[in-house]
Structures are given as C-alpha cells and as structure tokens.
Ligand binder design. Structure first.
Ligand code: ATP
Length: 237
C-alpha cells in the first residue's frame, strides 16, 4: 500500500505552546483513516496543520510524496487535500446552491461545476430539494451535508472531516457515516477526526488514538474497537 498522506514528526501548537508533539501518520490511499481522542487531545490541531491554516513548528507533511507543510491553504486544496472544518463554516445568508458553487472556485474544477453539482444532488437528494434555501436556516444535519458537498465540489483526492457528527441526532449520525462510506467507495480517501468513536472505528481501515498531543495506539479501526484493554484505557467504553 502506498501512503497518499504522510506526517513525520509533526509538532504544532499556539503561542509557543506545543499541543501536538512528534506525530507520525501514514494514510493509505483509498481507505478511511480516523484519529480519535478526548476533547483537547489535539485532533483539530493536526487537521489544521494538514490543511495549511496552522504552520507546524516541526516536522514534515507529504502529500503524494511531496512536502506541503509550507504551502498556503489554497495550494493544498488545489493539490486535492481538502478539509471540512468543525462547525461547518457555511455562508449562512447564501443559498445551498451558492454555497456549493463556492466550493468549485479552483481552476481545475470550475469547468466541471455543473456536472459535479448534479452529482452532489444525487448524493444528497435533500439538498436538491432545498437548493434555493438559505444555508443558515437548514438543520444541523443538512448543514453538514452542504459542508461536505461543498468540499467535494473541489474534487478532492483526500477529504478530511473534522468532527462531522458533532451536534447531530443519532439517526442523522448513522446516515452521515453511510454517506462517508459511500464517498470513500466512490474513490475518495477519507481522513476523519471523531469523538463518535464507535461509528468511526467501525468503518476505518486505519485508526490512531491521540492522547495529550501524541499517538499512543494505532491499528485497524475494528481491531481497536474489539480490544478490551484499549476500549477501557483509551476509548472510554
Ligand atoms: P475537541 O475534540 O475538543 O475539538 P481536539 O482534540 O480537536 O479537541 P484541539 O482543538 O486540537 O483539540 O485543541 C488542543 C489544545 O489546543 C486545547 O488545549 C486547546 O485549548 C488548544 N487550542 C486550540 N486552538 C487554540 C488557539 N487558537 N489558541 C490557543 N490554544 C488553542
């Protein structure tokens, strides 16, 4: 297996305080990879470093074998590594359609905007029904779908999702994880950060447990889920 995304010795933090220390990860192409960990463990900080919005203090980030840790966020998106941030960050006063169009601003996907929009409405029929509605008036689950669809409009090779299930009702969470599986099955590598450990690990070929900014455990998601010691010690189950 080849790693599409590799993190080597990553340290990152805020105001001179390291939050993440010495993190090594190799995400294999074509699968779903998940980072789990308690509140404040540093999961979002890793995602922010990967997407270029936070400069690492130390370490290398390789995407398709090339260093990206010094690139600005839009160049990282252009290469095909795209993050859906926690909290969705939609434009609340713009319509669903307008939010999706904004996902396709990069030159390489602008020409395929209509075709991709059609794909999004097939993947998310609910959004097709609500294409003219202002994003700020959608339910939490619908907003998460817009955020994911907007990211997919930029045709990512690797889609990173930061806590996509946060604040959603259980029934919507199940749908969301089905959608994530579908996106992966259609060929996009997925990197997930989740507190919904059970759901996330169940669908992940690769998984890591992050504790106080360091990786303390790694393996396949289902293996971590069934290991008693790790369930008790790290997963609070
Ligand atoms: P959660 O699941 O609660 O989102 P997390 O694992 O994603 O947690 P991070 O958001 O990476 O954790 O935060 C890790 C630590 O970094 C926390 O102690 C947090 O307070 C701190 N931190 C995060 N963002 C900033 C910031 N902009 N400035 C200063 N400290 C920050």
């Amino acid at each position: 297996m080849t790693a599409v995304l590799e993190v080597r010795g990553l340290s990152a933090g805020y105001d001179g305080v390291a939050v993440v220390r010495g993190v090594d990860l190799a995400v294999e192409a074509g699968g779903i990879a998940t980072i789990v960990g308690a509140n404040g463990a540093g999961k979002t900080t890793i995602m922010r470093a990967l997407s270029g919005v936070l400069r690492p203090v130390e370490g290398a980030i390789l995407f398709e074998g090339e260093p990206i840790e010094a690139l600005p966020p839009h160049e990282i998106v252009a290469r095909g590594l795209v993050m859906v941030p926690e909290g969705r960050r939609l434009f609340p006063s713009l319509s669903v359609l307008e939010n999706l169009e904004l996902g396709a601003y990069q030159p390489h996907c602008r020409g395929r905007r209509r075709e991709n929009m059609q794909r999004m409405f097939e993947l998310f029929p609910r959004l097709a029904e609500r294409r003219g509605q202002r994003a700020g008036t959608l339910s939490g689950g619908e907003q998460q779908m817009v955020a994911i669809a907007r990211a997919l409009m930029s045709m990512p090779k690797v889609l990173m999702l930061d806590e996509p299930s946060l604040g959603l009702a259980p029934v919507i969470v199940a749908t969301l994880f089905e959608i994530v599986k579908g996106i992966n099955a259609a060929g996009t590598t997925v990197v997930l950060v989740e507190q919904n450990v059970k759901h996330a690990l169940a669908i992940s070929a690769q998984a890591w447990v992050l504790e106080n900014g360091s990786i303390v455990l790694g393996g396949s998601g289902p293996a971590l889920l069934t290991d008693d010691k790790t369930r008790r010690a790290y997963l609070g189950m």
